[in-house]
Design a protein around this ligand. Structure first.
Ligand code: DLL
Length: 433
């Protein structure tokens, strides 16, 4: 099923034509209406009249989070405030928060993108969708809300938190789809169990749309086993709009709507494009945004791209599951590793639960040390200290074998690590304290 069949199945060369036309228009638009980009273009001597579209893409400057911070709050807007109909903002855990703004048309495009995505993973107007992403300045709650309504499905605007109430709502209001972070879904399934609710038996939930944080294929399996639902990945960032792109029913990559967003994968160190199918940083140019157009936006997210036609019939390119953010990459004793890779190894071990935290320390001799605390599964039949010690050893060996990282593993009792209602915080870096 398609939301906008003609566009979603448009031959690639027609999509390219749209991109060509919109990219040229964007360069003029940015030059004309965004003092920030006019200045940037002047600095590098770029004249919009000489810009030749896609083949000159590499001549355009990158835009990064620091640019938004430096121009806080409105310095990068390309429309007067009278045309802005909504703000969202990032939490700003590191440094100043960033503010994003939307015109009426920006909201329409966002809703269109997410409606295409939701339809591609099988949400229909008969569904009852519980939205357990936070409502407010975070884009998750309201983003899904508007799209689900436009789809004609029923919204349960639960927002995040109050977890026991979430389970009651899910059960009593016959929710068929849930949208939240994968870590919150894991937490919800624990609370359901405590309440004596079996999500498989006692609810009508059939599907979950999980994102806003990195998660692994193994975690997908765990969620599906515990709840009996089918789990889909959703990606987006507030700067690009919010949640925008999901996997389709094939579940082999996330379709990026190419008539609105132009993607590149670059080497984060050199800024040069990587080879076909190679991993690198996702860079996105917005082709339709009016309030806050972004040229070659450095998402910081590491992934790779596939451009061949998907079995679902959609022609838009796909990015594969996000491995993590370039700045979340842990470098311990010269080995680079993403938390999601550690998660992938941990979740293959049936005796371990789903909750873990990675602690980084610097020893007095200057060497870095990584400790992974992970819960024992509540199903694991282990209670002897010697068996726990043995399991810790085995996990350490597996991490060494798969990722070549040396880590100290500490297995803790089920239910002892922190739970999250929104994005999980998995890394505690004590090296900078
Ligand atoms: O997290 C938007 C969103 C809301 C996406 C709801 C999906 C669902 P920000 O708060 O600006 O926006 O954070 C964006 O979150 O750059 C990634 O690092 C991370 N992220 C988002 N989705 C995924 C995903 C929202 N599916 C940042 N897998 C991005 C891995 C993700 N990381």
């Amino acid at each position: 099923m398609y939301w906008n069949s003609s566009i979603e199945r448009l031959p690639q060369k027609d999509l390219e034509e749209i991109q060509e036309r919109k990219l040229k228009a964007l360069v003029f638009y940015a030059y004309e209406y965004s003092p920030f980009y006019r200045r940037k273009f002047k600095e590098i001597g770029l004249n919009p009249w000489d810009f030749n579209g896609l083949r000159d893409l590499h001549k355009l400057p990158f835009t990064c989070k620091q640019d938004l911070r430096d121009n806080y709050p409105f310095g990068m807007f390309a429309v007067p405030l009278s045309q802005i109909v909504r703000f969202h903002a990032s939490s700003g855990t590191t440094g100043k928060p960033t503010v994003v703004g939307y015109t009426k048309n920006d909201i329409d495009v966002w809703v269109e993108c997410l409606c295409r995505a939701l339809t591609s993973c099988g949400v229909t107007n008969n569904d009852i969708v519980q939205i357990s992403y936070g409502y407010g300045l975070f884009t998750g709650g309201l983003g899904f809300h508007y799209a689900v309504e436009r789809l004609g499905a029923t919204v349960i605007p639960a927002s995040a938190g109050n977890t026991r109430r979430q389970i009651e709502l899910m059960k009593d209001l016959h929710a068929t789809v849930i949208c939240c972070t994968p870590s919150y879904m894991l937490y919800m399934s624990e609370v359901a169990k405590e309440m004596g609710v079996d999500i498989k038996r006692d609810t009508k939930l059939r599907m979950g749309i999980f994102g806003a944080e990195p998660w692994s294929e193994e975690t997908r399996k765990r969620i599906e086993d515990k709840t009996g639902i089918t789990a889909y990945d959703v990606y987006g960032t507030s700067e690009l709009g919010g949640p925008l792109f999901t996997e389709c029913v094939e579940r082999h990559g996330i379709h990026i709507w190419a008539d609105h967003y132009l993607i590149e994968i670059i080497d984060p160190k050199t800024g040069e494009p990587v080879g076909e199918g190679e991993k690198g940083e996702l860079v996105v140019t917005t082709l339709s945004k009016e309030a806050l157009p972004l040229i070659r936006w450095r998402t910081g997210d590491i992934t790779y791209m596939e451009t061949d036609k998907c079995a679902c019939g959609r022609t838009h390119p796909r990015i594969m599951r996000i491995l993590g953010r370039a700045d979340d990459m842990i470098i311990v004793r010269g080995v680079n590793v993403f938390p999601s890779q550690i998660e992938h190894v941990l979740m293959q071990i049936p005796e371990l639960g789903e909750h873990y935290v990675i602690i980084l320390d610097r020893k007095p001799d200057g060497l870095d040390e990584m400790t992974i605390q992970v819960e024992l599964s509540d199903k694991a039949k282990i209670d002897r200290t010697t068996d726990i010690l043995e399991l810790e050893k085995r996990v350490e060996e597996l991490l060494k074998e798969y990722l070549n990282v040396r880590a100290k593993v500490e297995i803790v009792n089920p239910g002892t690590l922190q739970r999250f209602e929104g994005k999980a915080k998995r890394i505690i870096d004590r090296r900078k304290i």
